[in-house]
Design a protein around this ligand. Structure first.
Ligand SMILES: Nc1nc2c(c(=O)[nH]1)N[C@H]1C(S)=C(S)[C@@H](COP(=O)(O)O)O[C@H]1N2
Ligand SMILES: [Mo]
Length: 417
């Protein structure tokens, strides 16, 4: 395949290739493709307005859906499903496709009966209704939520065949919410208030300790996602948004915030979401999500079906510490790296979309992507990660992913480094 060193080699190659598409396939279609004739849908009227007062995707897109891996968990009420990253483009995850992770199912909360309590080491314990909350100034921010267990099944080697399953515990949403700082100030947080316990109104009453510095920095108490009310699966009517930090801390169905002077050391920050190292000690409070990326097309669920010639490679990159100024891509398992083209908004702690257009010669490929974040951190190989972390971890796997593409265009999850 073509390799050269100018800054956007892929673009020139692609434009040359685009002409080839024009002369071969698309031109012969102009002579003989029966599908250019008048189709049934041109010969009858379609549905009127209001056929679907809340719109749904085309029936031809029925395969675009969240999926779970049945053997992973014993029961769907304490389980996870995965965002179909290979079917999406741009950076925003549609609400109905955001992966779900519940410890005790989706709480059925009546917003009129929902309350948010702030208590503990505060001057004035407060209880807010949803109506009260909507009188505070709001902000809109796009943030990605990644479960710390994303790619966890891949620690010891390649396992699940598809980026939906290896990387799909992530979604990227525009939240509308109230800065948590404003609510804490309203309650009067003094200097002795160093930690915050957030609790959900689900049957698990899931709780996490959050340092006050973060709570006062960029956390939101959100009630809308991508413009509409939070979906029940995502914490309707209220969820905590903890930008850049592991998904577990983003407490859904948020009902209680207790201010304290030390962390609570509950289940989700002790036996779960800590990383056991080779020497028997465990890393704790690994809140910030490290920079990571994945190629979403081609990938095992999205093989190359058009044969050799112009090919669009695309993927996602993100960092819990800032933006992604650069993504590198290799077609040959890391021998040669080229810079991908980042397209669309580059927002801190949000997904970034990258593209790499190339002329596929039909030979087998080993595809990888490597993210650089705005702090200068570079996404490690799996070997580099294991050298530091061993093989006992489940959480915080941000190693470089490899897809092997065969000559027939099919793709498979493999590990080479
Ligand atoms: N109340 C409550 N909040 C919760 C959970 C939960 O089970 N109950 N799951 C957590 C975990 S482990 C993750 S990764 C994210 C998942 O958010 P999502 O379901 O919107 O994808 O929510 C977090 N917040
Ligand atoms: Mo999670």
């Amino acid at each position: 395949m073509a390799e050269n060193n100018d800054k956007h080699p892929s673009r020139r190659a692609f434009l040359a290739g685009a002409a080839a598409v024009g002369t071969l396939a698309t031109q012969s279609r102009a002579q003989s493709d029966p599908a250019i004739s008048v189709q049934p849908w041109m010969q009858e009227l379609g549905d009127g307005v209001d056929a679907a007062p809340y719109g749904v995707p085309s029936p031809f897109e029925a395969d675009v859906k969240r999926r779970n891996v049945e053997w992973l968990t014993a029961d769907p009420v304490s389980s996870v499903n995965f965002t179909p990253l290979h079917d999406l483009d741009g950076i925003i995850t549609p609400n109905g496709l955001c992966f779900e992770r519940h410890h005790s199912g989706v709480a059925r909360v009546d917003p009129a009966q929902h309350r948010l309590m702030i208590h503990g080491l505060v001057e004035r314990p407060l209880v807010f209704t949803m109506e009260d909350l909507k009188r505070f100034p709001r902000e809109n921010h796009v943030y990605s939520l990644e479960c710390a267990a994303n790619s966890g099944m891949e620690w010891r080697g390649a396992q699940l065949n598809g980026c939906q399953f290896t990387h799909g515990m992530i979604h990227n949403v525009m939240y509308t919410g109230i800065p948590l700082r404003l609510l804490l100030e309203e309650a009067g947080v003094g200097t002795e208030g160093k930690w915050l316990l957030a609790e959900g109104a689900d049957a698990a009453a899931m709780t996490r300790s959050i340092p006050m510095e973060k709570a006062l920095d960029d956390c939101l108490v959100a009630f809308k996602m991508n413009g509409e009310a939070l979906r029940p699966e995502q914490g309707y009517p209220l969820r905590l948004v903890v930008p850049g930090w592991e998904g577990n801390m983003w407490v859904k169905w948020l009902r209680r915030l207790e201010v304290g002077d030390q962390p609570w050391h509950h289940r989700e920050e002790t036996s779960k979401y800590t990383d056991l190292l080779e020497d028997g000690t465990a890393r704790r409070f690994t809140w910030e999500m490290d920079a990571k990326s994945v190629i979403t097309n081609p990938s095992p669920q999205a093989p190359i079906t058009h044969g050799p010639g112009p090919t669009v490679l695309t993927g996602l990159a993100w960092s819990g510490r800032g933006t992604i100024p650069r993504v590198d891509v290799t077609l040959d398992g890391g021998k040669n790296w080229q810079e991908a083209r980042i397209d669309g908004p580059s927002l801190p702690k949000s997904l970034h979309r990258f593209y790499f257009e190339f002329d596929w010669d039909g030979s087998p490929l080993l595809l990888q992507s490597r993210a650089h974040d705005s702090t200068g951190y570079v996404q490690p190989t799996k070997a580099e990660l294991r050298a530091f972390r061993g093989v006992n971890s489940i959480y915080h796997n941000n190693g470089i992913q490899t897809w092997a593409v065969a000559a027939d265009g099919s793709a498979e999850n493999v590990e080479i480094s």
